[in-house]
Design a protein around this ligand. Structure first.
Ligand code: NAD
Length: 497
């Protein structure tokens, strides 16, 4: 069992107050870890420490900061298997997906380490030949990072690594559903030798730890990834301050569009991967498959057959396609959406329910629920994020209707089109509302050097991963005069009379 300890000023702090148990969703009898429940006092102490660590950290050369991150990469590589096992035990994604999660975190840290020797601004021209002008990026200060549980290592590093590389310091609050991965992260950071206070990690609930962290006046930027509902609360809180900004990455109601000329084998595989990897608990998971009438029958038959056959079970088993859902609350929420689909008139094609039997009784296992339903702007199941293996097949008559249905939701995160016609793919590219678009691929599968962020209710328009640099730095203008007198732009006269 892992004892999670707040990491403040380079020290692991023994928990004194209340603690919470983190159970394995594949076997609720197994307690994977215990985490402290931090509040205002711990937040104050962590933010003070991060504020004090900021001047020295920002004064280091970018290359020196990058070298600390290079140390961290070496340790993460060594710990890859151990961390992957912790991820699978505490949040239930299959071991292969957990390894990919750690690999993605490593890629993110490698990417920002690589940028340490790259330009961090621009040389720009001036109207006046004797002036040299520059755009120079400056760090913003103390960054508050709040993350979900479904990518327990990759998402924290998407947010923390660029913040640190650019000279900011960090206070990070992980989800209470993935504290043990955060503990492993803290141990790696400690071993990498980052100066005390540069990164601090606090465990606690959203209300008592996340929200007060976001509100703290010394937090310059809040980086939040999670549900649209909480993201909206964070945005409101940040708006109360004149000098606090936030970048929120939130949920999705993503779709795959299967056109009449689609390769149906590829369409079925892309849909199964998008719908059921991580048991549908990815922000980029597809819960809508918009299918052209002409291929509906064939696609539907093959998709339902493959959905029935995916192997669900112990996520530590490398042959399992997907594991449990995160907890009982989420399982009940998924079942209630399955019922709602029936109430809203869905034609049920595969009736997913709670899975039972020796392999499943101790955990939170649910099987795929697939239905066909005509698009209806008022339907809740076709518009709300379910975050589980819950899939609607929505028939459409042509490309225009497919685009209209695709965009008739409040979210806009990930979109895929399956087609052999490059002109149609281009229409989808230009007319659908999304942040991540794919052709002949699943809706999942981002890479760190691409922007990651949605539109509408899915994001604040400030994508994570490589593009986070725009959020954690301020672009300053710096102009130097080399003439012996003052010459102004726009032809302004400088004679003093
Ligand atoms: P969540 O919003 O419940 O929690 C996310 C984080 O916010 C957690 O650390 C939680 O403790 C904290 N939190 C909860 N209530 C809070 C409050 N009132 N004030 C401040 N912090 C609070 O989300 P979750 O269940 O952990 O994750 C699932 C959601 O995350 C889904 O909606 C999914 O689509 C989304 N997600 C989005 C992305 C993305 O990049 N767009 C990636 C992964 C997950």
């Amino acid at each position: 069992m892992i004892q999670c300890k707040n990491y403040i000023d380079g020290q692991f702090v023994e928990p004194t107050g209340k603690t919470l148990e983190k159970k394995n969703p594949a076997n609720l009898q197994e307690v994977v870890g215990v985490l402290p429940q931090s509040g205002e006092d711990e937040i104050k102490s962590a933010v003070d420490v991060a504020r004090r660590a900021f001047p020295a950290w920002r004064s280091l050369s970018r290359i020196r900061r990058g070298e600390y991150l290079d140390n961290l990469v070496q340790i993460l590589k060594r710990e890859r298997e151990a961390i992957s096992q912790v991820i699978t035990r505490e949040m239930g994604k299959s071991i292969n997906e957990a390894r990919a999660d750690v690999t993605e975190a490593i890629h993110m840290v490698q990417y920002v380490f690589g940028t340490a020797r790259m330009p961090f601004g621009d040389v720009v021209s001036s109207e006046i030949a004797e002036k040299d002008s520059f755009m120079r990026r400056k760090p913003k200060g103390v960054i508050g990072v709040i993350t979900p549980w479904n990518f327990p290592l990759a998402i924290p590093f998407w947010l923390v690594a660029p913040s640190l590389a650019e000279g900011n310091t960090v206070v990070f609050k992980p989800s209470k559903e993935s504290p043990c991965t955060a503990q492993k992260m803290a141990e790696c950071i400690e071993e990498a030798g980052l100066p005390p206070g540069v990164i601090n990690i606090l465990y606690g609930s959203g209300e008592k730890c996340g929200m007060p962290l976001a509100r703290h006046p010394d937090i310059s930027v809040v980086l939040f990834t999670g549900s649209a509902e909480v993201g909206q609360q964070i945005r409101k809180v940040c708006a109360e301050y004149s000098d606090k900004m936030c970048a929120c990455e939130m949920g999705g109601k993503n779709a795959i569009i299967v056109l009449e000329d689609a390769n149906i084998d590829l369409a079925v595989s892309a849909s199964v991967i998008s719908a059921y990897k991580t048991s549908g608990q990815r922000c980029t998971a597809a819960s809508r498959i918009i299918v052209h009438q002409k291929v509906l029958k064939d696609f539907q038959k093959r998709f339902v057959k493959m959905s029935k056959n995916i192997r669900i079970g112990d996520p530590m088993d490398p042959n399992v396609f997907t594991g449990p859902v995160i907890n009982e609350t989420q399982l009940k929420k998924i079942l209630s959406y399955n019922q709602l689909a029936k109430d809203e008139g869905a034609t049920v094609l595969l009736d997913g329910g709670r899975m039972t039997g020796p392999e499943y009784d101790k955990g939170c296992f649910v099987s795929p629920f697939v239905y066909r339903m005509k698009h209806n702007s008022k339907s809740r199941v076709l518009r709300e994020e379910v975050f589980g293996p819950h899939v609607a097949i929505i028939p459409v008559g042509d490309l225009d209707e497919a685009v209209e249905v695709h965009n008739d939701v409040d979210y806009g995160l990930s979109c895929s089109v399956i087609t052999e016609d490059y002109r149609k793919a281009r229409e989808v590219r230009d007319r659908c509302e999304y942040g991540l678009g794919y052709v002949n691929l699943p809706t999942i599968g981002a890479e760190v050097h691409l922007p990651f962020g949605g539109v509408k209710k899915s994001g604040t328009g400030l994508p994570s991963a490589s593009t986070l640099i725009d959020v954690v730095t301020h672009r300053t203008a710096w102009t130097v005069n080399h003439a012996r007198e003052i010459k102004m732009a726009q032809g302004m006269k400088m004679d003093i009379k």
